[in-house]
Ligand binder design. Structure first.
Ligand SMILES: CC(=O)SCCNC(=O)CCNC(=O)[C@H](O)C(C)(C)COP(=O)(O)OP(=O)(O)OC[C@H]1O[C@@H](n2cnc3c(N)ncnc32)[C@H](O)[C@@H]1OP(=O)(O)O
Ligand SMILES: CC(C)C(=O)C(=O)O
Ligand SMILES: [Mg+2]
Length: 522
């Protein structure tokens, strides 16, 4: 299908977010009420249709967490999970009772292995339990969802039997979980098409996929192609074991390839990144850098050929705008794979727009050497590269220093600089030995630049390793960068600081500009 064939009327897919229930089942994750509420408000801003807020029978805390969300969050349906049994359903009903739009989601397993080994129930008894659970849930709310746990390892004919019974008992949404992440897209598409043909048209079919084989998103999309109109998923794909289908990937696949799928969701895509960051922070689960849509590298380019393309026209290597998912524009990351176009752009963004071509060429060769050694090159590294080329007049040179520091005492630095007027000494104290040395140097030069960034890294290995200190400092509107190398970190720092002072005296440095490079990366 081409862009011209894009269906004018897209079909609506409901997004059922289970970050607070299945997502919280991620090993090691436990969210308190306040955190759950904060996430639920963000999910409402994101525009999800349903928030599964928890499993109220699990603990009094979970019941209270779901209740608070039901009381305070408006917009989405608020669902509580319940096994097929009265106490669970009563707890769920109590938890969601204050919701504007309450839902009880009840489930029971239908695969032979789960029925025999886990529930120790005959299929007939499972159907009976499902029917009783749905009927009982309907005495509390009008909106009842029924799930057949481990549906994708269940017999299809049995699924039809139990789903029909659940619908007759009052279920309005029928969920088909791939509980153990076992199914495939083809199987899922066919299963949903089959169920759609067997169940009454008013029933909303739903998918719930896990990522054990890395196919949760593909399986969810295939379910929609087969007839699902609700997709259960989590932000960042967090969840039991390998996680659930990732909300942001499904939503952006439908959004970006509407020409192929013809589906739309109610998600406000610009809220995606904020939701992702919040959930990562509160759950303590970091997002892998190469994660689609929300990973650090999802909109970053390091290869020269790609960077050159992106500088000329972003669409050469980007199928979505970073802004569309609430992120800052794509970033160029400088490293050994970068080319001249990106290097020139990075220099321009750092304030060296007027550098002549021959200088850029010679710097580029040194940049490649540096990248081979260090991997990623940061803004400070590039500034150091530029500054190292400039012959900074040595107005001041470090002649010697002595530091007194220890536990429970204020560090004091004695520093001697060689100046145009001969050697000058000063003593100063500071919060740490490095700061004390900086203060002493400032006293001698009479200059007071403001420290912006300070990085230290070992440039050789072993007990006598050299430490390289990189410092960025601001003097008025000018940004300056200095490096110093020594086996002693205080000495390396003092050398870098003296270099910055010499640059100020010589009127060097660059004005900071706004560019395409990510802070901290470049
Ligand atoms: C696929 C899913 O994500 S399902 C949701 C999974 N989430 C959770 O389990 C998180 C919250 N769970 C909990 O806090 C606890 O497991 C509770 C409170 C639900 C139950 O705790 P306990 O009463 O101690 O039971 P326990 O967890 O040891 O065992 C589960 C029991 O529920 C039964 N059961 C499991 N699923 C269902 C169901 N859908 N309907 C009815 N009974 C069920 C099991 O057969 C087992 O019963 P048994 O004790 O008679 O053998
Ligand atoms: C409770 C159900 C929907 C579930 O999480 C699963 O089967 O994975
Ligand atoms: Mg699940």
């Amino acid at each position: 299908m081409t862009q011209q064939d894009t269906p004018a009327q897209a079909e609506r897919i409901r997004i059922f977010d289970t970050t607070l229930r299945d997502g919280e089942q991620s090993p090691g994750v436990a969210l308190n009420h306040t955190q759950k509420l904060e996430i639920a408000h963000q999910l409402a801003r994101l525009g999800v249709d349903v928030i599964e807020a928890g499993f109220p029978i699990a603990s009094p805390g979970d019941l209270e967490g779901v209740s608070r969300i039901a009381r305070e969050v408006r917009g989405p349906i608020i669902a509580g999970l319940a096994r097929a049994g009265r106490p669970d359903i009563e707890a769920a009903a109590k938890a969601v009772e204050a919701a504007e739009k309450p839902r009880i989601h009840t489930f029971i397993a239908t695969s032979p292995i789960h029925m025999q080994k886990k529930l120790n129930l005959e299929p007939d008894a499972v159907v009976e339990r499902a029917v009783q659970a749905v009927q009982y849930a309907r005495t509390f709310v009008d909106d009842v969802e029924f799930s057949a746990e481990d549906a994708t390892r269940s017999e299809w004919a049995f699924l039809v039997r139990i789903f029909k019974a659940a619908v007759e008992a009052g279920a309005t949404t029928i969920n088909v979980p791939d509980t153990v992440g076992y199914t495939t897209p083809k199987e899922m598409r066919e299963l949903f098409a089959y169920l759609k043909g067997e169940l009454p048209a008013h029933v909303i079919l739903s998918s719930h996929c896990h990522d054990d084989l890395g196919m949760a998103v593909a399986n969810s999309i295939a379910a929609a192609e087969g007839g699902a109109r609700q997709i259960e998923c989590t932000v960042n794909g967090i969840g039991e074991r390998a996680g659930n289908a990732s909300l942001e990937e499904i939503v952006m696949a439908f959004h970006t390839r509407r020409d192929v799928y013809g589906f739309e969701t109610g998600i406000r895509t610009r809220e995606i990144y904020r939701a992702s960051r919040m959930i990562s922070r509160l759950s303590g689960m970091p997002v892998q850098p190469n994660k689609a849509i929300v990973g650090d590298n999802a909109f970053a380019h390091e290869s020269g050929i790609h960077q050159d393309g992106v500088i000329k026209a972003r669409e050469t290597y980007e199928i979505m705008n970073a802004e569309m998912v609430g992120r800052e524009a794509a970033v160029l990351v400088m490293g050994k794979h970068s080319g001249r176009a990106a290097f020139r752009k990075a220099l321009t963004d750092l304030g060296y727009a007027d550098m002549p071509d021959d200088k850029v060429q010679s710097l580029f060769a040194r940049f490649k050497d540096m990248a081979d050694r260090k991997g990623q090159i940061y803004a400070d590294d590039l500034r150091a590269l530029v500054d190292a080329r400039s012959d900074v007049p040595q107005t001041f040179t470090l002649d010697g220093f002595q530091i007194t520091s220890g536990m429970n005492m204020t560090p004091v630095a004695f520093v001697r600089l060689e100046t145009p007027d001969g050697p000058v000494d000063a003593t100063a104290h500071g919060d740490g030995p490095v700061e004390a040395a900086f203060q002493a140097i400032n006293k001698i030069t009479g200059l007071t630049p403001t420290l912006e960034t300070y990085r230290i890294q070992a440039v050789t290995s072993g007990g006598d390793a050299l430490g390289e200190v990189s410092i960025s400092a601001r003097h008025g509107e000018t940004l300056l960068h200095g490096t110093g190398v020594a086996t002693d970190v205080v000495e390396a720092s003092a050398r870098a600081w003296v270099r910055i002072q010499n640059m100020i005296v010589a009127g060097m440095g660059a004005e900071r500009r706004q560019g395409d490079f990510a802070p901290g990366r470049i």
